[in-house]
Design a protein. Sequence first.
Length: 337
Amino acid sequence: MANEGPTPAPILQIVTGLWAAGVLKCGLDLNLFDRFADGPQNVQALSPAVGADTSSLRILLDALVAVGLLEVRGEGYALTEVSDVFLVSSKPSYLGGLLIDTTISTTLFDMFKDYRRVVTEGYQVNPWEYGEGSNDRIVRLTRALYTLGLPVANTLADHMGWTADNSSPLHMLDVGCGSAVYGLTALSRMPKARLTVQDWPLVLPVAQSFASRLGVVDRVDLLAGDFREVEFGGPYDAVFLGHILHNYNEETCRTILRKCMEAVAPGGTLAIIEFLAERGQTASIFSWLFSAMIRGTTSGGRSFSSTELEEMLKEAGADRTEVGGGLPVGFVVGYRG
């Protein structure tokens, strides 16, 4: 058989990414996934409930079936396992608020529709509006990040041997903690450990709420302020730096890591959790695209590879490093001798 050569299938798959994000956003905007929470629905009953044209709604639902977020059941449509867990707003694992506010927000759609501006003009957007002060979007984002971070938080805790039979009275610090998923996961496993959570005053109540849910709030101390300026105290047996470095240029990252390593006690660790951009690894596609996204925001940072993070950790004072977790989210641990 003659070699037919390449096909445009990969290109078509790329361009439909925008369409897939668009139908997901529409489903969230119409609260469709909540409407399926009690069971299958047919188009005729659903159409007047959402104020939609029946034929257009059917096309939307079929598209959501195609991308794996709904399934056909009998004469109607129903949730899949993934959409039931992550797209129903009454579930604690709900990610819809995060998606609408950030990854499929109109702000980012606008930025990507002419990404040339980012590359040639330094164009940037502020999808989080963090500079505007206290707002519900930041709180929703922070809460949603707990769900996203929990799998790698458990993997990191397993990697470090932080289990229920670990009776060490470890003193830990979660820098720029957000939901504090990494520190709280470790703390919940070790009955004698203590955790300091550090972040802006707006964010710390979110970490407190998760600490209360886990029953460890009495072993959590609060440290409010900008982590680039506030004194960490310590020393700490373990310091967590989760999804922080991609927000900054490389030199600022090195400064942050030096400050964090100075807070680590001899024999202690500094754990970086990030979207790892590993060349040649298809599982890192999200990390590379995330890097393109973050470059077009007011953060102006990028994703790093595990090798880059290991080098920065060693420059900051780590005697040795380890890489763990999976892709796109993994961790790099630096040990202080």
